[in-house]
Design a protein around this ligand. Structure first.
Ligand code: SF4
Length: 237
């Protein structure tokens, strides 16, 4: 403990130090700071190097995975793509043919539509993170089966922990059901905020569905407007 002093200058210095300690503590608890402090805010995320390393560790743990039968037909594992510090994360159901070829998520026709959506929202693909519930292509682009999702989902959960996004957008029924552990139809959930732990989740339609039913694109656009408004309000985009 510091000795008691009657020196007013020393007392003021100690009070200032105590106030600075208290402010640091409040910021660690999530307080955004005063308007002046927000001009130079502390980084909202841990340093990039440690997060990239964390994603690398998850990828290393996955290895040449054979935990489920999807390993038998895949060309390569599609781990995920984008910024390790992304405030916004998209989750789809699984790789298709083009993703299986390139080793990247959402690079086929549905990926083109997603890129287009991002562009219209003023976002670059490198700013967000994109992953799937299962990391190997289901044969014939069928939906992942329960045992496959069960084996692969823990790795997606670890990716979310590493990235700590402010918002997750689940694309389509399969991703929404898997992440939120719900059976509520996507038609009822889309456009309504959900929670995954402390992270806000916005379910919306899968780009493949929007390719088949272009009239529904307006709904996904509206869902994404909500996401962008939330991120803007929290100074994340
Ligand atoms: S889908 Fe996931 S759990 Fe199954 S083999 Fe691929 S990486 Fe492993």
């Amino acid at each position: 403990m510091k000795p008691y002093t009657e020196d007013p200058v020393q007392e003021l210095r100690e009070l200032t130090e105590a106030l600075e300690d208290w402010l640091r503590f409040q910021r660690r608890l999530g307080w955004p700071g005063t308007p002046a402090a927000r001009e130079t805010p502390p980084p909202a995320q841990p340093p990039a190097a440690s997060q990239v390393l964390t994603l690398k560790e998850i990828r290393a743990e996955l290895g040449e995975c054979k935990r489920c039968k999807l390993s038998q037909g895949r060309r390569q594992i599609v781990f995920g793509d984008g910024s390790a510090r992304a405030a916004l994360m998209f989750i789809g159901e699984g790789p298709g043919e083009e993703e299986d070829l390139q080793g990247l998520p959402f690079v086929g026709a549905a990926g083109g539509l997603l890129n287009n959506l991002l562009s219209k929202l003023g976002l670059r693909r490198e700013e967000v993170y994109i992953a799937n519930v299962v990391k190997c292509r289901p044969p014939g682009n069928r939906n992942p089966e329960a045992d496959e999702t069960e084996q692969c989902l823990p790795f997606l959960r670890k990716q979310i922990e590493a990235i700590k996004p402010q918002v997750i957008v689940t694309l389509g029924r399969v991703a929404t059901e898997a992440l939120l552990e719900t059976q509520t139809p996507i038609t009822q959930l889309r456009g309504k905020w959900q929670k995954y732990g402390k992270i806000k989740v916005m379910p919306t339609f899968h780009p493949s569905y929007l390719l088949r039913f272009p009239r529904e694109r307006q709904k996904t656009w509206e869902d994404m407007q909500q996401v962008m408004e939330y991120l803007a309000a929290h100074e994340e985009i």
